[in-house]
Design a protein around this ligand. Structure first.
Ligand code: PHE
Ligand code: ZN
Length: 878
């Protein structure tokens, strides 16, 4: 077999034929489902006068019949290959009929039509529809759909597809059918069906213009008690999109279905969103606060796609961030409005700087709009989603909300019902604002994280502050040379005497106390005049651009900003920078075998934080949280996993020892037995209390152990129980961990989402037996390699979060991951290509580990690989 070949953006051509209407009939059976399709097609004048052959995508389909306008085709009138079918000559307008047979039960890739437990369900984005029927499976072909589902009345009493149900009835042999009609033209990737023995929870929503919408969440019976939060979130999201973007829902029915086997979080299929059960089901006893918030965000995200993605969709898959970057930005703003805005920003940025920066610095780095790919399934990345959202956020900030909103209105009005490009979106923003965004477009084309080196000094005599900003984007694979970007740098100057933001005057213009500098050149110099006192600059406020900013802050400067910055985000960031300086020293000490000494300035800074009654509890909890091992690793030239772990543990213990009374007081003050609610004020108390407990447990004193045990046994809610169980399990005391794990495992054996957490807690423990535990738990009856949630909870958590054990010097961690990748390569290529990520980061480690990691990548390369894994491994070894 020849190597898989890339697809290039510059090869884009409009489709030769358009589909105006698609009629599908599914005769459902687990191992042999018959799919009959009738497509109304017409020649696309955009491709000229000539009659081109009709190219259809199709994979793994057994063709039983093909006809044009009722005439069956002779075998010499078409050619069938591994990836599709070509009909050599077709009329200008015609109806194409096909009948194929597919095998959902054998579909372990979870793309196309597959089984999840006893249900049938589909996943078509990006290119799954071609595993259902022959079709021009590309997003710029949009058709109305009529779908008839035929199933067993007992095994599949519920038959769902997108749109409105228009007919249903009984059939012979205990079969029944339902026909669905979707009046909105849509691309094939938004097609969906679900069939099975499901129960629903129903609610209603009246849109701003008075349309009555029925809302349904479909689940397996045992999950009926876990839908309240998703339903409430959905209604909030619907209202928010009306109020914030002027977008209303456009069908009479909106359905969500929870399925246990799903590759991603959820999918925005028109009228029928399909969700990973982990992204929709919640209950105080089974889901943590973080899970509640994640569900709220994902429900909103999928709902928002109805406009940003479905009504206006992507011309081709290179434009993926057009819908994903914009929709992530929309869901981030929704969550910020619903919960604590500063905490939401802190969480998002801290995740972004850890995970997206690492992606941008690794072998799979790619622009927000890539220009080629081998497997589009590999491009549902942090860069497309999260960096794409940061780019949209910069646009919002550059234009201001009101102008941005006008640009958004123009975009939806002008392109409704069309498949468009990123230029179309940015073009609307340029048009309404009159701004020249041509340099800004480079954000979409250039990979890599820009670095800004900032330097400043205060001229006492003249009362001036001089600031120099220098930008540079490092080379990434395929992109050795980079052009300067248009980078908005929000900043303030905080007076060291007053502790206040000073008025900013630049080139004679008064800018207020918080301004945005536009860095467009490689280097720019800014002189602020009338600066009355020596300031400390607060730079990149709110993370105003997705860049790394360096400034030679001293520890006093950072402690000062931590105490005085008016920008909540930068206050938090100053604390992180301060902790990083201390951690750097300790990492060096560990490597050099020198005795570690705790930096007293960090202790004093934390003491001040802990004594401030007035502080927002949620923000305080974030400020008290040390940078994660993964984030610290990102900052090191060569990652030393053991030194990082030792240094971080040392700081945590040092703080706990010095501030034991303060942490205890915080813990006690935030205990509560109010009935659980996933509300900001309660969530803040719990996170603050649990941060305090984790400090106390780091020194494992008896008082802390007793409290953790009590918190576990009290079982108030999953947030508290999970924290306590994690702390007990991650302590050095096996006598504490084992009974708790056993009790928890028995109590929740029936609940797959809780068992996922039970797996994760165990395999992330820092003790040396973690790897053996992973192997042992892979044999557990609740584990299955075929279920992506289980793979993520066990293997993904071990390789991604248990850094000391995954990177064991005997290479056993790497070997285990490679073994799993090899097996998943056959079962589920998309998951295989994701779970492999930690191995692709080999270049960041010492030579011994590099050799071990590369050795495992080579071993994987020796296998017969799916295009997904092939593409990632080739890049990683290039
Ligand atoms: N489009 C989905 C989302 O962003 C993600 C997804 C992609 C789901 C591909 C399944 C397959 O919410
Ligand atoms: Zn999305």
């Amino acid at each position: 077999m020849s190597d898989p070949q890339p697809t290039y953006l510059h090869d884009y051509q409009p489709p030769a034929y358009r589909v105006t209407h698609t009629e599908l009939k599914f005769d459902l059976a687990p191992s042999a489902t018959k799919v009959s399709a009738r497509l109304q097609l017409e020649r696309n004048p955009a491709r000229g006068e000539e009659a081109l052959p009709l190219e259809l995508d199709g994979e793994g389909l057994r063709l039983e019949r093909i006809a044009i306008d009722g005439q069956a085709l002779n075998p010499d009138e078409y050619t069938q290959g591994d990836t599709g079918l070509t009909v050599h000559r077709v009329p200008e307008r015609f109806a194409l009929e096909t009948e194929v047979v597919i095998d959902p039960a054998a579909n372990t890739a979870l793309e196309g039509l597959y089984r999840s437990g006893s249900m049938f369900c589909t996943q078509c984005e990006a290119e799954g529809f071609r595993r259902i029927t022959f079709y021009p499976d590309r997003p710029d072909v949009m058709a109305t759909f009529t779908t008839t589902l035929i199933g067993d009345a007992e095994r599949e009493p519920v038959l769902l597809a997108g749109g409105n149900p228009v007919e249903r009835g009984e059939l012979p042999n205990g079969r029944h059918f339902v026909t669905w009609e979707d009046p909105h033209p849509k691309p094939s990737y938004l097609f969906a069906l679900v069939a099975g023995d499901l129960e629903k929870v129903e609610d209603r929503f009246t849109t701003a213009s008075g349309r009555e919408v029925t809302l349904q969440i479909w689940v397996e019976e045992e999950n009926l008690g876990k839908t309240d939060h998703a339903m409430a979130s959905l209604k909030r999201a619907m209202r928010w999109d009306e109020e914030t973007y002027g977008r209303e829902y456009d069908l009479d029915l909106f359905m969500i279905v929870a399925v246990n086997d799903f590759n991603m979080g959820a999918m925005e299929n028109k009228g029928l969103n399909i969700f990973n059960s982990a992204a929709v089901l919640t209950h105080p006893q089974t889901a943590t606060d973080a899970a509640f918030q994640r569900v709220e965000g994902i429900v909103a995200h999928e709902y928002f796609h109805n406009w940003s993605g479905n009504r206006v969709t992507c011309r081709d898959w290179f434009q993926l961030s057009l819908k994903e970057g914009f929709t992530v930005f929309r869901d981030q703003c929704f969550s910020a409005d619903t919960n604590s805005a500063p905490v939401k920003r802190i969480e998002d940025v801290s995740f972004f700087r850890t995970a997206q920066f690492a992606e941008d610095a690794g072998p799979t780095a790619h622009p927000v709009r890539p220009d080629h790919y081998i497997e589009i399934g590999n491009f549902y990345t942090l860069t497309i989603y999260e960096k794409g959202a940061e780019v949209v956020r910069m646009l919002r900030n550059l234009l201001g909300w009101e102008t941005f909103r006008r640009g958004s209105d123009l975009y939806f009005a002008r392109f409704d019902g069309q498949a468009v490009t990123i230029e179309d979106f940015v073009g609307c923003m340029a048009e309404v604002s009159g701004q020249d965004l041509s340099q800004f477009m480079r954000w979409y084309a250039q990979a890599g994280t820009p670095e800004i080196d900032a330097n400043g000094h205060y001229d006492y005599a003249k009362g001036e502050y001089h600031l120099t900003l220098r930008q540079r984007t490092p080379a990434t694979p395929d992109q050795p040379d980079k052009q300067p970007l248009h980078i908005p740098v929000r900043l303030g100057l905080v007076g060291t005497k007053s502790g206040r933001d000073l008025p900013l005057t630049l080139d004679g213009e008064a800018l207020g106390t918080d301004a945005v500098l536009h860095l467009r050149e490689e280097e720019q110099h800014f002189v602020f005049t009338d600066v009355a006192e020596a300031p400390v600059p607060s730079l990149l406020r709110g993370f105003s651009a997705p860049v790394k900013l360096r400034f030679p802050y001293g520890r006093e400067d950072l402690a000062f900003l931590l105490a005085n910055d008016s920008d909540g985000f930068n206050r938090w960031d100053a604390g992180q920078r301060l902790a990083m300086l201390a951690l750097d020293d300790l990492i060096a000490a560990h490597r050099n075998g020198v005795e570690k000494v705790m930096d007293s300035r960090v202790i004093e800074a934390f003491r001040t934080l802990l004594s401030e009654e007035s502080d927002d509890k949620a923000v305080l909890a974030e400020m008290l949280t040390l940078p994660s091992e993964a984030y610290i690793a990102e900052q090191q030239p060569v990652v030393d996993v053991d030194a990082i772990h030792a240094a971080r543990t040392f700081v945590k213990q040092g703080l706990a020892l010095a501030l034991r009374e303060e942490f205890l007081a915080i813990y006690e003050a935030n205990l509560s037995d109010a009935p659980y609610a996933p509300e900001p004020e309660q969530i803040a108390r719990r996170s603050l209390k649990n941060v305090a407990l984790s400090y106390l447990m780091s020194i494992e004193d008896e008082g802390a152990i007793e409290r953790a045990r009590r918190q576990f046994e009290a079982g108030h809610n999953m947030t508290d129980v999970r924290t306590a169980l994690t702390l007990l399990t991650h302590s050095s005391r096996g006598d504490l961990a084992e009974p708790a794990l056993k009790a928890f495992g028995e109590q929740w054996a029936h609940d797959p989402l809780v068992m996922d957490q039970w797996f994760t807690i165990q395999v992330t423990r820092p003790q040396e037996d973690a790897l053996e535990r992973v192997k042992f738990l892979m044999q557990h009856p609740a584990f299955s390699l075929k279920n992506p949630n289980k793979v993520r909870a066990l293997i993904g958590a071990f390789a991604g979060q248990n850094r000391v054990n995954f990177h064991r010097l005997d290479g056993e961690g790497y070997k285990l991951l490679a073994d799993v990748v090899i097996e998943l390569n056959r079962l589920n290529p998309e998951i295989a290509a994701r779970i492999i990520t930690p191995l692709t980061r080999w270049a960041r480690f010492d030579e011994t580990r590099q050799a071990l990691m590369k050795g495992e990548l080579e071993r994987i390369r020796g296998e017969a690989l799916s295009p997904n894994v092939y593409e990632v491994v080739e890049k990683a070894l290039a």
